[in-house]
Design a protein around this ligand. Structure first.
Ligand SMILES: [Zn+2]
Length: 349
């Protein structure tokens, strides 16, 4: 008998899109766009808080019912939304929450704007902005939704107890490291392996899967990720600037995990941005001043990350080589339901 309720459908979110004047002031409202949002990334983030709060060697995560609700805008008030709050309530512990910014809806706003451009309402050169509103659904609609959703994705996690102090001693930070983030450690030899693949594949993007362990420090109770291997995706359908993983990749990854027998799991993925190759045909004088770098997550990269690496701890490492910045290793990961750049620590071999 379910005693807890999964409440993700109680609110209807609507975006108000406004044209921006050339001087950046709000112009007329041009559309209302109903959002069919999937709040899973924020639910994941809230569940991750449970893990961070009390890491233990054996944990199960993913079955806690979630409640999604708007936090009203401080100045504009209801129905304008300042952030989205997701509360997860495990049956045996106090609830945990995640507050996601309205930037969570940016992809929806961009999709709505693209539609307006195709309809000729918005000019491709014009700027727009959006406000998020929320309205309580009537109880009829809520009643039609399942009151309790059985989540088939509950995950059994084995967390390795390990000293964080030692890892910090043996590593150097790379990229925008934040203190409130779960630290990620990547050995130098893995970066080297990825670079070798970058140089071997020329203009095509290549990539692979990052394996490793979710671990916690028994003294500080801090959770962290340690990458221990990378499995190159031998069977990707490569095109010049995009990468997809095929079923063959996944069977190779499963086989590697079994073979290595060290209780590793998929922590994320890596892929290359051979920006130097993208600029190969540009004249030398242009290249010298070219600002084009590969240090970004494209919308395709973000979409792949959302679909294939939805866990709150999943990371995506980019191996970028450009005239502008040389060889760099920007890492991306989840932050409050959004995919953003983050830092990590490079472990000396
Ligand atoms: Zn990419």
């Amino acid at each position: 008998m379910p005693t807890l309720t999964d409440r993700r459908h109680d609110w209807k979110f609507v975006l108000e899109l406004y044209r921006l004047d050339p001087d950046g002031e709000d112009g007329e409202q041009i559309a209302n766009a109903k959002v069919k949002s999937d709040f899973d990334p924020i639910v994941e983030a809230a569940r991750f808080e449970l893990l961070k709060r009390d890491p233990r060697p054996f944990m199960q995560i993913g079955a806690e019912p979630a409640c999604v609700e708007p936090v009203w805008h401080e100045l504009l008030g209801e129905p304008y939304v300042e952030s989205i709050r997701v509360v997860v309530s495990p049956h045996d512990a106090s609830p945990a929450e995640c507050l996601a910014p309205t930037a969570f809806f940016r992809v929806h706003a961009e999709a709505a704007a693209a539609k307006l451009i195709s309809e000729g309402v918005l000019d491709p050169e014009e700027k727009f902005r959006y406000l998020v509103t929320a309205y309580a659904r009537d109880t009829d609609v809520i009643a039609k939704q399942p009151a309790f959703t059985i989540e088939p994705v509950a995950q059994d996690l084995h967390l390795e107890p390990k000293s964080l102090t030692d890892l910090f001693h043996r590593s150097r930070p790379m990229g925008p490291v934040r203190d409130d983030e779960v630290p990620v450690f990547v050995p130098q030899f893995i970066l080297d392996e990825c670079c070798e693949r970058l140089h071997a594949t020329g203009a095509a993007e290549t990539g692979g899967i990052l394996l490793g362990q979710l671990a916690f420090d028994p003294e500080s109770h801090r959770l962290f990720l340690e990458v221990t291997a990378q499995i190159p995706a031998q069977h990707t359908q490569q095109e010049l600037t995009s990468l997809t993983f095929t079923p063959e990749t996944w069977s190779a990854v499963d086989a590697a995990i079994r073979l290595r027998g060290s209780d590793e799991m998929q922590l994320g993925w890596w892929h290359t941005h051979p920006a130097r190759e993208w600029c190969k045909n540009c004249p030398e004088e242009n290249r010298r001043v070219c600002k084009r770098s590969g240090e970004f997550f494209s919308s395709d990269d973000a979409a792949l990350h959302r679909t294939v690496f939805p866990r709150a701890y999943s990371v995506g490492l980019v191996i970028s080589d450009s005239y502008a910045s040389g060889l760099t290793f920007p890492m991306f990961g989840w932050n409050r339901g959004l995919v953003e750049q983050r830092g990590f620590h490079v472990l000396r071999d």
